[in-house]
Design a protein around this ligand. Structure first.
Ligand code: MN
Length: 201
């Protein structure tokens, strides 16, 4: 199989009480796993099978893109949370957030709003352009900043499957809880490495 689902970066129960073990078992073990399975079946014997997942995301369309995008997005999303997460970023990313949003609080409100208000299925993103300027993107389905020549820095999955076991229809409560587990060191690393594509998966 050309594309392998990476291990979850923490145990299935590590994000309780924010996300239950059952929620992660379905989300990582069923939904995310299925995108890899479908992608591998779709690219069998095709040129995409020899590309990196990032290249497939950037270059493909249709069902191959949908599954590759979702495979890549979820791996990124798991890394955006950590059992010891929360707080605020430091260093270069913190300064860029202040520069581009006014304050950390204004950024946080804009990101939460994008996540809560996104219509239907999709992802809210913090993304950087090639000059390091940050923006928030609300993207539907499997869409990702990689398709818009921007580098993903942070994301939250707001497909219903991401929260329905634990939160039912209460997406706003799911988004609020994200901030206690957000993994700023990961986002800061992605921001520092932007533009160095050979360093990024
Ligand atoms: Mn998902």
């Amino acid at each position: 199989m050309p594309f392998q689902q990476p291990p979850l970066p923490y145990p299935m129960d590590a994000l309780t009480p924010y996300l239950s073990e059952e929620q992660l078992r379905f989300h990582y073990g069923k939904h995310h796993a299925a995108y890899f399975k479908n992608l591998n079946a779709l690219v069998e014997g095709k040129p995409e099978a020899a590309m990196t997942l990032r290249e497939v995301v950037i270059r493909s369309t249709g069902p191959v893109f949908n599954n590759a995008g979702q495979a890549w997005n979820h791996t990124f999303y798991w890394n955006c949370m950590d059992p010891k997460g929360g707080g605020e970023p430091t260093g270069e990313l913190a300064e860029a957030i202040r520069r581009d949003f006014g304050s950390f609080a204004e950024f946080q409100k804009a990101f939460s709003d994008a996540a809560v208000k996104l219509f239907g299925s999709g992802w809210a993103w913090l993304a950087a352009d090639k000059d390091g300027k940050l923006s928030i993107m609300s993207l539907s389905n499997a869409d990702t900043p990689l398709k818009h020549e921007k580098e993903p820095i942070l994301t939250i999955d707001v497909w219903e499957h991401a929260y329905y076991i634990d939160y039912r229809n209460e997406r706003a409560r799911f988004v609020e809880g994200f901030w206690k587990y957000v993994h700023w060191p990961f986002a800061a690393k992605r921001y520092a490495l932007r533009g160095q594509v050979d360093q990024l998966d």
